[in-house]
Design a protein around this ligand. Structure first.
Ligand code: NDP
Length: 246
């Protein structure tokens, strides 16, 4: 994997949706995909953050992106079906999706997890990913070489004390990725997960407040793997790509 960097404009005329595109890893991925020629659909909760990424992409002279301000907590399956229709009408295609937005919830013993925290984290991290994927699959199926990427975590394959709802949501996300990869085993759609590993973002800082962020990789450091996963060079299907191998 990753022996060759993708060619500079390998995403030219491709349309890619990135969730959580206003901050952290999603922001870096949106910029990286735009730099390689993609028209990026920036989905996220905070409009100002999305506008800042939009401005940065335009200032760099990359293809003009689109903004979808959407709080995944309140979004319904109908919102995703409407979004899929709008993407089809405006762009006529969808080549890739990076499911990246997530929320951490409270880190606490499982017996203490509140109903609200459970439902919030499951809604944002899992239910929204499921409903959005269902709505977007018809468009991805039509792409010459569609790519569907899910974001998981080390606690999504090995349970860890106090990571309760977040960890459980990531186990389920990884399961969704595997089920879909098997369903599309004989189809041009490529389905994988990415585990970014410890990365210098707001989410990491809220999970590890005492940690020195300078010791962590930045979102930009991970972009070779995010680009590879979106590229025709990607040979994996149904796998979790580890962005920071040990
Ligand atoms: P950040 O908290 O920096 O960014 C998360 C993004 O998701 C933000 O853009 C945020 O938007 C968006 N988001 C959160 N809640 C919602 C919502 N309800 N509706 C819409 N958008 C929402 O996190 P990271 O960049 O660190 O994480 C990116 C992915 O990587 C996540 O899936 C995370 O689980 C995973 N990950 C991260 C690791 C790390 O060390 N950083 C390690 C392992 C996995 P807004 O800013 O507007 O709230």
């Amino acid at each position: 994997m990753l022996n060759d960097s993708p060619t500079p404009h390998f995403l030219k005329e491709h349309v890619i949706l990135v969730t959580g595109a206003g901050d952290g890893i999603g922001r870096a991925a949106a910029l990286a995909y735009a730099q390689h020629g993609a028209t990026v659909i920036l989905l996220g909760k905070t409009t100002e953050k999305l506008e800042a990424v939009y401005d940065e992409i335009v200032a760099q002279g990359y293809p003009e992106p689109a903004i979808v301000p959407l709080n995944l907590l309140g979004a319904t399956p109908q919102h995703y079906r409407d979004m899929a229709n709008t993407i089809e009408q405006q762009f006529g295609r969808l080549d890739g999706v990076l499911h990246n937005a997530s929320t951490l919830g409270h880190l606490e013993p499982l017996k203490n997890i509140s109903e609200t925290d459970w439902q919030t984290v499951m809604q944002v991290n899992l239910n929204s990913t499921f409903y959005m994927t269902q709505a977007l699959l018809p468009l991805l199926e039509k792409a010459n070489r569609g790519v569907l990427l899910f974001t998981t975590s080390t606690v999504g394959s090995q349970g860890r004390a106090y990571w309760g709802t977040y960890a459980i949501s990531k186990f389920a996300t990884e399961g969704m990725m595997q089920v879909l990869a098997d369903e599309y085993a004989n189809h041009p759609l490529t389905v994988n997960g990415i585990n970014p590993g410890a990365t210098r973002t707001n989410m990491r800082a809220s999970a590890y407040p005492a940690e020195d962020p300078e010791k962590l990789k930045t979102p930009e450091d991970l972009m070779p793997v995010y680009l590879y996963a979106m590229s025709p060079e990607c040979k994996e299907h149904g796998q979790v790509l580890v962005a920071q191998p040990k």
